[in-house]
Design a binder for this molecule. Structure first.
Ligand SMILES: [Zn+2]
Ligand SMILES: [Zn+2]
Length: 92
C-alpha cells in the first residue's frame, strides 16, 4: 500500500470503529474505544504526517484538517483546538 492507500484504509478503520463504538453497550464503550478507535486514529495521524498532510496538534485524537494556529501561535490546530491546544497546556 502506498501512503494514500494507507490513509484511506485507516480512515475507513476509524469509521468502522466509531460505528462499533456508537452501538456498544455503555459497559463496553471504553474497551471498544481503546481497542478499535484510538489505535487507528493514532496510526492515521502518523501516516498523514508521513505523507506530508498537515494534522491538528491541538489534540492527540483530532483528525480535523488544521486551518489555524493555537493561541500561542506555536502549533497548527483546527478551529476547535485553537483555544485548547494540548501541547501548550501543561499536563502535570
Ligand atoms: Zn483539532
Ligand atoms: Zn499550542
Amino acid at each position: 500500500m502506498n501512503l494514500d492507500e494507507q490513509i484511506s484504509y485507516y480512515e475507513e478503520k476509524v469509521r468502522q470503529g466509531e460505528k462499533t463504538y456508537s452501538k456498544a453497550s455503555p459497559g463496553m464503550r471504553e474497551h471498544v474505544y481503546a481497542s478499535e478507535v484510538f489505535p487507528y486514529k493514532a496510526i492515521l495521524r502518523s501516516v498523514r504526517l508521513k505523507a506530508g498532510v498537515p494534522i491538528c496538534w491541538g489534540n492527540i485524537e483530532c483528525l480535523a484538517y488544521p486551518l489555524s494556529r493555537c493561541v500561542a501561535g506555536q502549533h497548527e490546530t483546527c478551529k476547535e483546538h485553537e483555544q485548547a491546544c494540548f501541547l501548550c497546556v501543561p499536563t502535570a
